[in-house]
Design a protein. Structure first.
Length: 472
């Protein structure tokens, strides 16, 4: 049995440890924060957190949220946000078994990583692409990606990824039956795991080392490696990998003719694999027992376990068919969710456009009412106040219209937005004062003018009376 590949979807693994209740509370909390966040990098980070929370429990929603985060990150030029959003999107597709789509997203992530010259993300993307190919048993395509990732990790001293690079290279060489290379990389991974003092990582490397030692016919060292792995995996409660180490140890005992020990080991597997928990491990056990009884010519027992093997294979095949059906259902739900999301966005845009239209109609009407009132016997202070309000509304409306344009030009960069709006304010404020003075003069002129004319008439009359009085 090959050592199980050490998958690098860290966040998905961590999410699996959370309860559904905790997930829902976390998502609700993030959704509330999202409503108060502007279209900036902080919003992308929150969307990525929501996508992460959905990635295993509701991957259809996880893909939608990750796509929204990626679109926003690309719009505002937030490269790290794009890379993380693509990672969560690919994880969700991978968890649905859609490896082709996951591979497509990881390749896209790699392209962005190369464009931004981010060594860590390049190495991470390359490793994930290698994993996708390994899941499809396409080892010859997986190997170059692993090697290129390892080269980047070494040249840039990315210690966080070193263990995973060594472990995956050991695994791929093990699968390709290149035993010396597999042993060398498993040994490097084992050393890194010891540095981290991580029991799970040490156990995974021990299984790989055990495989290589058995191929070298070093059965004593191989047995010790498997036994250590079983102890460590029991401690961390990884039943799946524990079953693999147990089966490998059973095969080793059978190889060195310790039949009782082999059977003792193989009968432990159902207890840890369960009935439906890890059906492939039960399948491996029945295959082992069928081959064993056939080798000692107990044909009835061999036939019985062969039938069990076939039954489990059919059950797994049925599960695969159900999974395929679920994937198609998922694709349709994804399409429906996308349509619903687009509908909500369009409704929000229409509501915003309607508000802007109503404001655009209201401001001229308000100014027209102010103009009409200026021709009536209304206190000049009221006219001045209404005139000032009209101008304030107009200039604020102008700023509101300019904001989306400025945000798009600057890709929502706060510093650039601030500079541009300062420049706009430097132009608008003096203009506002000049227009305000001019407008107030025009609005109040119609009220002051009749009084001045009446005064001039009276003065004229007085002027005409004076000569007559002198002649008398």
């Amino acid at each position: 049995m090959k050592c199980r590949i050490f998958y690098l979807f860290f966040l998905g693994f961590l999410l699996n440890q959370l309860s559904v209740f905790a997930q829902n509370r976390q998502i609700d909390s993030l959704q509330q924060r999202l409503q108060l966040t502007k279209l900036d990098s902080n919003r992308v980070i929150i969307l990525d957190s929501i996508a992460y929370a959905y990635s295993l429990s509701q991957p259809a929603k996880g893909i939608l949220v990750a796509q929204e985060a990626a679109d926003l990150a690309q719009k505002i030029g937030y490269t790290d946000g794009i890379l993380k959003s693509l990672q969560f999107m690919a994880n969700s597709y991978n968890n649905q078994g859609d490896y082709n789509k996951a591979l497509e997203i990881f390749l896209k992530q790699l392209a962005f990583s190369e464009k931004s010259n981010n060594a860590y993300n390049m190495a991470f993307s390359l490793m994930n692409i290698g994993i996708i190919y390994t899941q499809q048993a396409d080892y010859t395509h997986a190997l170059p990606y692993y090697l290129k990732s390892d080269s980047i990790i070494k040249s840039n001293k990315i210690t966080k990824l070193a263990y995973f690079s060594y472990q995956n290279l050991g695994d791929i060489y093990d699968r390709l039956n290149l035993n010396d290379s597999a042993y060398a990389y498993y040994n490097k991974a084992f050393q890194k795991a010891n540095e981290k003092n991580d029991s799970y990582l040490i156990a995974a490397s021990n299984i790989g080392l055990g495989n290589c030692l058995v191929k070298k016919a070093n059965y004593i060292a191989g047995k010790q490696a498997y036994q250590l792995a079983r102890i460590q995996l029991k401690q961390v409660k990884d039943d799946d990998l524990f079953c693999e180490a147990t089966l490998n140890l059973a095969k080793l005992y059978l190889k060195i003719r310790q039949t009782d020990s082999a059977l003792y080991m193989v009968w432990q597997i159902p207890f840890y694999a369960g009935k439906d928990k890890f059906p492939n491990r039960i399948k491996d056990q029945t295959a082992f027992l069928s081959d064993y009884y056939k080798s000692i010519q107990q044909n009835d027992s061999a036939l019985y376990y062969l039938e069990q093997f076939n039954l489990i294979s059919e059950a797994i095949s049925s599960q695969e068919k159900v999974k395929l059906f679920q994937e198609k259902t998922f694709q349709e739900s994804l399409r429906q969710a996308t349509m619903e999301e687009e509908k909500i966005k369009q409704e929000a845009e229409r509501a915003q456009q309607l508000q802007l239209l109503l404001m655009g109609i209201f401001i001229p009407l308000f100014f027209l009412i102010t103009l009409l009132l200026s021709k009536r016997k209304v206190p000049a202070k009221l006219i001045k106040t209404l005139g000032i309000i009209s101008l304030l509304l107009f200039f604020e409306y102008l700023t509101l219209l300019l904001h989306p344009i400025v945000a798009e030009i600057t890709h929502h960069t706060p510093v650039l937005e601030l500079l541009i709006f300062v420049c706009i304010a430097a132009l608008l404020i003096p203009t506002h004062h000049r227009v305000e003075r001019w407008l107030l003069e025009k609005l109040t002129h119609s009220q002051n003018k009749p009084k001045e004319v009446g005064l001039k008439i009276k003065q004229s009359k007085l002027t005409l009376k004076n000569p007559d009085h002198e002649n008398q």
